[in-house]
Design a protein around this ligand. Structure first.
Ligand code: S3P
Length: 493
């Protein structure tokens, strides 16, 4: 899909379910007694990988889109898989499941795609080995494929060198299978979904400052969980609403857990019009609707303790910085190098190709914003967050922004490009409706319209209104006209 500049972006939007919470719901449900029901589940490739791994270990899981029912077999109810577990592209599946596999009486192995095979697993091999686990990188390179399990575990206190919820969760999950109390201290607090959700399932788990503590061998019981929208997916529309002209967006039902919501603070620090509405707690997690509108942004520093709370949003924050006046410095974010792609390199390369003044540093990037962006072919490196962040850049860039791969969005936001297409067309249509062409649309018939106004094409016969609306059916007319797709929008004068 080619993305072009939008004149306006208005309306309400809901984004898919939170990826971190969806993964955890499946995993914790699988090792609990009874039924766990997830609504609002993220039906994306990563979370499907988690489902298939637990199915391969004998767990009965029924998925119908965003509704998932897991029939758990209890803490000791997993069966040895008959073949290697496939974790796909998912770092969360890999690292969290490894904590669970470490505590099993059987040995299993896991592997994923090319990107997963490059990601560091030494960070979980070290603490799990300290707990007495058998865990081996089969290629001896600290990456997958891994072989894990078959040993009994003992509790440890682990001082993690990285602020990583995946490492913390891995150790805490292994701690379920160890006698005594296992604890993890992180340098900076990372997302705490494991702590919040496991407590709901009945684990004795506590957080104090930078340390999370869990007591081994609990009885976990199935839960009903309403998964909120993912702030990492909402982030694309937060930034779009702030940087596109004439915009006003309400992004509904988003997880605003403070360990995740760093982007809101950064948007505020950059002068963005952003507010949280209807704040509430759903299934133990803070949730709100996020309202954003066109803003005059200025650069800021993004560094220190806030980094883990926005680590996945840095690519789209960089796009926001490119559209802000002045300098933005992002630092303390070396973790970006070991995500689905090296995001310091992939963000810098693509933003520079769009005309932005940006340099990469060892732990982040420096962006001198305010230069006009122009469309280009985005090199995604098959990284979903790179594709989606640069689709947002395309909404303010001159010319066309295209992608070497769009399918990578399947990982966390399968409908992303479709949604962008619908929103931008809807908003183009709104412009058209409020323009001088409105009377033409009201009184013309299909053929006449096509002949005098070639940029309009009709999508699918079933969408073509039989009769064109008259003045007396104004509301209807807007509905009907919305089935017209505008391929090219002429300059608005
Ligand atoms: C995640 C933790 C983060 C994040 C990832 C999801 C999780 O990774 O980047 O997308 O669900 O625990 P790290 O723990 O490696 O920082």
């Amino acid at each position: 899909m080619a993305i072009t500049k939008v004149k306006s972006l208005k309306g309400e939007i809901s984004v898919p379910g939170d990826k971190s919470i969806s993964h955890r719901g499946v995993m914790f449900g699988a090792i609990s007694k009874g039924t766990t029901e997830l609504t609002g589940f993220l039906d994306g490739a990563d979370c499907r990988s988690t489902i298939s791994c637990f199915k391969a270990m004998g767990i009965d899981i029924n998925q119908n889109g965003d509704h998932v029912v897991i029939h758990g077999n209890g803490l000791h109810g997993l069966k040895a898989p008959s073949s290697m577990l496939d974790v796909g592209n998912s770092g969360t599946t890999t690292r969290l499941i490894s904590g669970i596999l470490a505590g099993q009486p059987f040995i299993s192995s896991l592997n994923g795609d090319e990107s997963i095979q490059r990601r560091p697993m030494g960070r979980i091999i070290t603490p799990l080995s300290e707990m007495g686990a058998y865990i081996k990188s089969l290629k001896d390179n600290g990456c997958t494929p891994l072989e894990i399990g078959g040993q009994s575990l003992h509790s440890i206190h682990y001082n993690s060198p990285v602020a990583s919820a995946q490492v913390k969760s891995c150790v805490l999950l292994a701690g379920l299978y160890a006698d005594g109390i296992t604890s993890v201290t992180e340098p900076v607090i990372s997302r705490n979904h494991t702590e919040l959700m496991l407590s709901g399932f009945g684990a004795n788990i506590k957080s104090e400052g930078l340390t999370a503590t869990i007591v081994g061998n609990p009885t976990l019981n199935g839960q009903k969980i309403a998964v909120p929208g993912d702030i990492s997916s909402a982030a694309y529309f937060i930034v779009a609403g702030l940087i596109c002209e004439n915009s006003d967006l309400l992004i509904k039902n988003v997880n605003t857990n403070p360990t995740r919501a760093g982007i809101i603070k950064v948007a505020q620090a950059m002068g963005g019009n952003i507010e949280l509405l209807n704040e509430r707690i759903v299934s133990g997690e803070p949730v709100a609707d996020i309202h954003v509108s066109t803003s005059n942004l200025h650069g800021c520093e993004v560094k220190g303790d806030i980094i883990p709370a926005l680590i996945d949003e840095i690519p789209v924050i960089a796009v926001m910085a490119a559209c802000a006046e002045g300098q933005t410095i992002i630092k303390d974010a070396a973790e970006l190098k070991v995500k689905e792609s090296n995001r310091i390199a992939t963000v810098t390369e693509n933003l520079a190709n769009m005309g932005c003044d940006i340099i990469s540093t060892d732990d982040g990037m420096i962006i001198n914003g305010g230069k006009p962006l122009h469309g280009t072919n985005i090199k995604t490196y098959l990284d979903h967050r790179i594709a989606m962040s640069f689709a947002i850049a395309g909404l303010v860039a001159d010319g066309e922004t295209t992608f070497d791969n769009e399918a990578c969005c399947q990982i966390s936001y399968p409908d992303f490009f479709e949604t962008i297409k619908n929103y931008t067309n809807k908003n183009k249509r709104k412009n058209l409706l409020s323009s001088k062409f409105l009377p033409l649309l009201y009184y013309s018939n299909t053929r006449f319209l096509k002949s005098v106004y070639p940029p309009i094409s009709f999508v699918g016969k079933e969408n073509i209104p039989k009769r064109y609306p008259t003045k007396t059916s104004k509301v209807n007319s807007i509905f009907r006209i919305s089935s017209i797709e505008i391929n090219t929008f002429p300059s608005q004068e």
